[in-house]
Design a protein. Structure first.
Length: 723
């Protein structure tokens, strides 16, 4: 073990100690544990999980970032490809290749399909980056090869070159909110400057169509003011970074994004934001000395996702949102630290009715900067009454009023706060719903009211995995049910997009490699009662013989498999042997395997036939240990796998039996490895001994520290303060 590795372990120990939360008395202030998920399972081991590479399996860098359900088909947009698959089995239904019309010699100069928008007449609108000359084009959903002509395309030579579709493959624009009147709201960058994104804006446009309902143009009608106080352009990458889709709510459209906070004049600090514009905004008046094409009703506020404490920790960078389909008021959001800072992520929840009230309440002041370089301060009096966010007429202001609105009335001095009990309005700010260190979240969808009002979160990560997590019944603790690695052919790529489908009971995931169908549950993969209950999966119940997705059966989401009644259920297996490897060229290798089970007292829990059978190998010797307490009898086995002289792999079974009840089988494997033995010199052995001693000292220090924390909290059970 190198010195660098030893130092890394010690640093990890210090970090773990520092992250043990203080003790709180209310769930709103309890920091739900920084979760460390179990090792991820491979997607190929999950029943019902499917994957498609798309039309060209051998192509690299597919960049499947755009997914859209239309009329029972899943449409996928990626690098030079638009295709449709059957959601049931991911079989290909239709596809078309759409390469760039310009140069494709550089790495990301191709055409990336970034917008798939359903229209009327069995058509869709597809928009692509086309090597930074973006376009939109109408296509037949029945035959993707049939496209309208000509394309609607960005014209850099025009007097006012703007376009609403993304210019680059990784541009963080919002999705499109398209009204029935073909009004379009989007957060994006409208221009290129020297080949780089510029002119960030929230835009109100209209799709122009002919008499046959074919889209023939996109007219940018209104855009937010081109000013730092509206949407910051400072810092890199280009700001702001929009996330998710715009949300329509009570005649207003809400946008979520992150940007450099202009309120900090001495440093660059990223804030997450929520902004609102009125859907009926008509802009300013032509006779003002300001641009009448500015959106007048825009206003924004900071969006907080914080861990409480003497020094609160803010997750400042929002990465995705998901609006509840069960309660349109609720919005879930994920946040992550930015590299190279240590990876950490959080999930927070908000209510749109509370955000709406924040903007409407005149006691919440606007903040403004009178002159460049001066401290920002609250505005004593609103620039106009009532506030424009009430969605009044905006086209009859004087120049002075319009100037005041666009310079003083666009940033709130208060923040929209995260909520623990997000199902009802009111209540205090809370800590995040979920905090995980070592991961950076990229996408989130939520399956709601799975059982007892529990919402299950499916979270995509930059490490190419999907987490399934939920809060327990009283919301005092977050639980991660599983982590599924989408590692394909040894490659891990970030989760780019996720789409939830109730009808398919699955989450569809787009990555740079392929499109995956991740089922909500795969209960059938838990063969035993212990496995089934131990997953603490809200979807799964034990029906007495198998693990099933059902509303009927045994389930314990609070304590897993340990809080059960064995007198009804017979044998309960708490600990099963792992499946070790026996190295043939390592002499005297100890292989100790453990099994622990219980049954009601008097049922004579035993090993059937007094034998641990192994096929095609000889039986393994074992030692029994017995105990009884509170109406239960316990059997512990120490199985010795080291004395076998076998040179082949063995499949072993322990059959547990009771009087008057069903048997229970426990299976494990013994794998042999005939590779050359690894030798260590005296210096390497000394290094390992030093490392082991350091770990022991760390554990002792951590234990002492936890005891001190427990005593300071007045706890008799100091384990309540464990991380």
């Amino acid at each position: 073990m190198s010195v660098a590795h030893r130092v890394s372990w010690l640093v990890l120990g210090i970090l773990l100690v520092c992250q043990v939360p203080a003790c709180y008395s209310q769930n709103e202030n309890v920091l739900r544990k920084g979760i460390i998920p179990d090792p991820p399972c491979k997607w190929t081991d999950v029943s019902g999980l499917l994957m498609t590479y798309g039309p060209n399996p051998s192509a690299e860098g597919k960049y499947y970032r755009t997914l859209e359900f239309i009329d029972g088909q899943l449409f996928v947009g990626g690098k030079a490809q638009l295709f449709a698959v059957d959601p049931a089995n991911l079989d290909m239904l239709d596809s078309v290749s759409i390469p760039t019309t310009g140069s494709s010699l550089c790495e990301f100069c191709d055409n990336y399909i970034r917008v798939i928008q359903p229209l009327t007449n069995n058509t869709l609108l597809e928009c692509g980056t086309n090597n930074k000359v973006p376009y939109c084009q109408q296509r037949s959903m029945g035959n993707l090869s049939v496209a309208s002509t000509p394309r609607i395309q960005y014209d850099p030579s025009s007097s006012s070159p703007t376009f609403v579709a993304p210019f680059t493959y990784n541009q963080n624009s919002t999705g499109w909110f398209l009204t029935k009147d073909l009004e379009l709201f989007v957060g994006t960058n409208l221009e290129l400057s020297a080949g780089e994104l510029s002119r960030p804006a929230i835009v109100k446009s209209v799709l122009q169509s002919d008499s046959s309902q074919n889209v023939v143009g996109v007219e940018v009608q209104l855009r937010t003011k081109d000013d730092e106080s509206v949407l910051s352009k400072e810092g890199g990458p280009p700001n702001p970074q929009f996330v998710g889709d715009p949300i329509s709510y009570n005649g207003r459209v809400y946008f979520f994004f992150r940007e450099i906070a202009v309120e900090f004049i001495s440093e660059s600090l990223v804030y997450s934001r929520v902004a609102v514009v009125c859907q009926n905004d008509t802009g300013g008046t032509p006779d003002t000395d300001l641009n009448e094409n500015n959106i007048a009703t825009f206003v924004k506020a900071r969006l907080t996702c914080s861990i409480d404490g003497a020094i609160p920790y803010d997750y400042n960078e929002i990465h995705d949102i998901y609006q509840s389909t069960d309660d349109v008021n609720v919005v879930f959001a994920i946040f992550a630290t930015r590299a190279p800072v240590v990876a950490s992520s959080a999930v927070c929840a908000y209510r749109l009715d509370e955000i709406e009230a924040l903007f409407l309440n005149t006691e919440n002041k606007f903040t403004f900067q009178e002159n460049n370089g001066e401290i920002w301060k609250d505005l004593a009096t609103d620039p106009i009454t009532p506030r424009l966010v009430t969605c009044q007429n905006t086209d009859s202001f004087s120049s002075t009023t319009a100037r005041n609105i666009l310079s003083q009335g666009q940033i709130m001095s208060v923040s929209a706060e995260n909520k623990l009990h997000y199902e009802t309005a009111g209540g205090a700010q809370s800590n995040p719903l979920l905090v995980i260190d070592g991961e950076r979240f990229s996408q989130i969808v939520v399956d709601e009211n799975v059982v007892n009002s529990i919402d299950v979160m499916f979270i995509g990560t930059e490490n190419g995995a999907v987490l399934k997590a939920y809060l327990n019944a009283n919301r005092s603790e977050a639980k991660v049910v599983e982590e599924i690695s989408l590692d394909t052919d040894g490659r891990k790529t970030p989760v780019l997009t996720m789409l939830l489908s109730d009808s398919d009971q699955a989450v569809f995931v787009g990555t740079d490699i392929g499109v995956y169908k991740v089922p909500f549950q795969h209960c059938q993969d838990s063969p035993s009662r212990m496995d089934c209950l131990g997953t603490e999966d809200p979807y799964c119940r034990w029906n007495g013989t198998s693990c099933v997705n059902s509303d009927v059966g045994e389930q314990d989401l609070e304590t897993g498999a340990d809080n059960t009644e064995p007198s009804i259920l017979g044998i309960t297996v708490h600990l099963t042997p792992n499946s070790p490897t026996r190295y043939l060229n390592v002499p005297n290798q100890p292989i100790n395997l453990y099994l622990f089970a219980e049954a009601p007292t008097g049922q004579n829990l035993r090993v059937a036939n007094d034998e641990v059978q192994c096929t095609p190998c000889a039986s393994l010797p074992y030692t029994e240990y017995r105990a009884s307490s509170s109406g239960k009898e316990f059997l512990s086995l120490l199985i010795d796998g080291s004395n076998s002289a076998e040179t082949t792999n063995c499949s072993c079974t322990v059959v547990l039996a009771i009087d008057g009840g069903s048997n229970s089988s426990v299976n494990f494997d013994l794998t042999v490895d005939n590779s050359a033995a690894v030798s260590a010199n005296d210096d390497e052995i000394s290094d390992l001994e030093i490392f082991d001693n350091e770990i022991r000292r760390y554990k002792k220090t951590l234990q002492n520290w936890q005891t001190q924390v427990g005593e300071s909290c007045g706890l008799t059970d100091v384990q309540l303060c464990q991380p």
